[in-house]
Design a protein around this ligand. Sequence first.
Ligand code: ADP
Ligand code: ASP
Ligand code: MG
Length: 409
Amino acid sequence: MADSKIIVQKYGGTSVGSTDRIKAVARRIKSSVEKGYSPVVVVSAMGKTTDELVKLAEEITKSPNRREMDMLLSTGEQVTISLLAMSLHEIGIDAVSFTGSQIKVLTDGNFSNAKIQSISTEKIRKSLESNKVVIVAGFQGVDDDENITTLGRGGSDTSAVALAAVLNCNMCEIYTDVDGVYTADPRVVERPLKLKEISYDEMLELSRLGAAVLHSRSVEFAKKYKINLHVRSSFKDDKGTIVMPREEMMEKLLISGVTTKLDESKITIRDIPDRPGIAAKLFELMGKNKIYVNMIVQSTGHDNRASISFTVKKSDFDEALKLCNTLKDELGATEINAKEDIAIVSAVGVGMLSAYGVAGNMFHILAQNGINIEMISTSEIGISCVIDSKDAESALKAIHKTFLEPESK
Ligand code: ADP
Ligand code: ASP
Ligand code: MG
């Protein structure tokens, strides 16, 4: 089987949301087969199935066992793979479905956020050689002890790109319910612009900062293994957006996207001694407890005292706050403030590398709209501000309007 004939396609939840949609996906796969490709297809759970499974667990317990939660959530994708295989059989295409564990998608044991370590291609290649379409359950893997793991919400994108990497494909198609990557979430902003192309770095920043259109680890894999991602609609044939190396891009926009992240919380530890070792103690403790810290800002006050503010995922908020309180006396802090609901609004673009005044302009837009900035962080190609969650939508719209809808200014 020549690797150049293998094509990895991923279909998301809405695209396989009903049996009619699964049949439509089967027809699309059939047309790829007729063009001479050997498709390896990754699918998500149907529609809102994963959310419904989460709700079922919540009806039983507030703190589900993490292993059992992954066991539960992985079932959604298993329904889709079998129905899609049956749909292909119905239209005369030979196909076989596999769960993550059947093709040995080996991950670490970090339930609900597992990282892929390796994938065996043996079964996939054998099936492709006997002219079968291979259908793989996204979002799931198996750890060393044969426990089922999941890769984090939205993780099917990552399953697809990881498969493209091990199968030496240089293109992976991500079929979804939008026809490409836009300058902002089209469900929120009225006049978003569709991007023909976007660099890995910008897409990575946007997806880390809240743009749900791609799982951020899928972009990391794509960058590492030089796989172009084609984000496109499963409902039409138009070309979508290509996520590609920065060097190969034709146009480099000042701002290529604006996004908000809502599932974050903020903790501030006030009035701690400004001396070596304090931040290390705090963040080592977070790391030991597998709490992922996103933004960190330290400010120095009077008399060698400092404050540290940081953000964590909302799901880690209670645990992070508890840990901070256990350290309060040891750190010599006087006060811990916490805010469970914050939003991070960000603007991202490679053009920022060589432009002045973008940060000032963004802060000005927020001020004009009466939005207070609680924390600021910048990278080479992005600016992020922590704001009150109630202001998230108006901040996104205002920043998008000024930077990306110039004619409406
Ligand atoms: P799938 O189930 O196909 O993986 P997702 O819901 O995970 O689909 O991702 C697609 C959604 O991402 C779109 O419906 C859109 O609302 C949202 N989205 C957020 N930011 C963007 C963006 N910048 N461009 C396109 N879509 C975006
Ligand atoms: N079904 C999983 C989710 O809803 C994974 C995915 O769709 O990518 O998060
Ligand atoms: Mg998704």
